[in-house]
Design a protein around this ligand. Structure first.
Ligand code: TXA
Ligand code: MG
Length: 330
C-alpha cells in the first residue's frame, strides 16, 4: 500500500505523479482509500463488477447492501439516474456536499449491478471533498465507495483509521487529513411519491425539508434482510468493541465517558477515559469528532462507553442515529 499525502488547501496534488498512478490503479480494478468531507471512502470503479466485488470482500460486507456511486457533477449523475423535480432541487441546493440521492437507475447506466445490489435504484453523490471528484473525473468513471471500515465497525475519519482497518486490501491511500463533517452523508430516497429520509447524516433534515417544502417520510419500516429497500438501516452498525450505554446520568470509574457540552456528569473526573465531543455543545463540532472519539475511548480498554445526552435536532439526529446503532444488540 502506498500512502499519498495531499494538501487540500492547494491544487498542487492534482498534477502530482501519484494522481496518475491512482487513476491507473482504479482503471485496473484496484481499491483506493479516498478522503471525502464526510468520511474516508473505499473506492473502486463502479462500472467494474470485479472491482466492486473486491470492495465487498475487503469490508466483509453483505452483498445485498448496495454502494454509493460518486460522480464529479450533477450532469454525470444524470447519466445514471432519473432526476425528478425534487431530486433536481436537492442536487442544486446541496451538491457538492454530504447528500446522497437514491433515484431510479437508468437502463443505460454503466454502473455495475453489483454496486447497486441488483436494485432498480441507484445511490448517487457529488462530494464536496475535491479528491473523490477529481479522481472520478480523471478516471472517467463513477467511483463506488462505502466508508473505508470493516462492515459494521466505526467509520474512519482519519487516514490512520483506514490503515489500521483495511490497509492490507489497498493499493493506495490518499491522505487528506481529518474529514471536516465527520459523519456520513444524508441519504434521501426519491423513488416513491414522497421523499424519504433513509439515513440522517451531514445535512440536517430541517435544511432538506426547507428546500422541498414538505416533511420527509421515514425509512420503510418492514425491513427483511433479503429485501433491502433501504438496506442501510441495519440495526447494528458503527460498533466499537466496548458496550455502549446511551443517555447516561453518571460516569463510572470502570467505564469510559463520551461527554457533550459544558455540564459534566457526576463522577466524570473518575471515568477511566473521557472524550468531550464539543465542550461548547456545538452539534457540528460533535458530529465531526464522533467517530474519532468512539475509537479513542474503545482503545482505553473500557468494558462500556457511557454517553451523555445529546439533543436530536440539526446534526444531532445523525449523531443519535449512529449512537443507537453502535449500542444495538450485535
Ligand atoms: O458519506 C458517505 O455517504 C460515505 C462517503 C464515503 O461517501 N459513504 C458511505 O457509504 O457512507 P456506505 O456504503 O457506508 O453507506 C451507504 C448506504 C448504505 O447503507 C446502503 O444500504 C445505502 O447507502 N444505499 C446504497 N444504495 C442504495 C439504494 N439503491 N437504495 C437504498 N439505499 C442504498
Ligand atoms: Mg458505512
Amino acid at each position: 500500500m502506498q500512502r499519498w499525502k495531499v494538501d487540500l488547501s492547494t491544487t498542487d496534488w492534482q498534477t502530482a505523479p501519484e494522481a496518475s498512478q491512482v487513476c491507473t490503479a482504479l482503471s485496473n480494478g484496484e481499491l483506493v482509500a479516498v478522503p471525502t468531507e464526510t468520511v474516508y471512502g473505499l473506492a473502486a470503479d463502479a462500472t467494474n463488477g470485479l472491482a466492486c466485488a473486491g470492495i465487498f470482500e475487503a469490508k466483509g460486507r453483505p452483498q445485498f447492501n448496495p454502494l454509493i456511486s460518486h460522480v464529479p457533477a450533477l450532469a454525470d449523475a444524470q447519466e445514471h439516474g432519473s432526476f425528478g423535480p425534487m431530486a433536481l432541487a436537492l442536487a442544486e441546493a446541496f451538491w457538492p456536499g454530504p447528500l446522497t440521492l437514491v433515484v431510479p437507475k437508468k437502463e443505460t447506466s454503466s454502473i455495475s449491478d453489483l454496486a447497486t445490489a441488483g436494485l432498480q435504484t441507484v445511490a448517487l453523490r457529488v462530494p464536496q471533498g475535491p479528491v473523490m471528484r477529481f479522481l472520478s473525473q480523471k478516471a472517467g468513471v463513477p467511483l463506488a465507495a462505502p466508508s473505508a471500515n470493516r462492515s459494521g465497525k466505526i467509520s474512519p475519519t482519519r487516514a490512520e483509521d483506514v490503515v489500521a482497518d483495511l490497509g492490507h486490501a489497498l493499493s493506495f491511500i490518499v491522505d487528506g487529513g481529518a474529514c471536516e463533517v465527520g459523519i456520513e452523508s444524508t441519504i434521501i430516497g426519491l423513488t416513491d411519491a414522497k421523499p424519504r429520509l433513509l439515513r440522517p447524516g451531514g445535512i440536517a433534515r430541517e435544511s432538506i425539508e426547507a428546500v422541498l417544502g414538505v416533511s420527509l417520510e421515514g425509512a420503510p419500516s418492514t425491513m427483511q434482510p433479503d429485501a433491502p429497500s433501504a438496506p442501510g438501516m441495519l440495526a447494528s452498525h458503527y460498533a466499537p468493541d466496548a458496550n455502549m450505554v446511551l443517555n447516561a446520568q453518571e460516569a463510572r470509574p470502570s467505564d469510559a465517558l463520551l461527554s457533550f457540552g459544558p455540564d459534566r456528569l457526576p463522577g466524570a473526573e473518575n471515568a477511566l477515559a473521557e472524550f468531550n465531543l464539543s465542550p461548547s455543545a456545538d452539534l457540528r463540532e460533535a458530529a465531526s469528532r464522533l467517530f474519532a472519539g468512539m475509537r479513542e475511548l474503545d482503545q482505553s480498554g473500557a468494558n462500556a462507553i457511557r454517553v451523555q445526552f445529546i439533543p436530536s435536532f440539526g446534526l444531532g439526529e445523525a449523531i443519535n442515529d449512529r449512537l443507537r446503532r453502535a449500542a444495538a444488540p450485535r
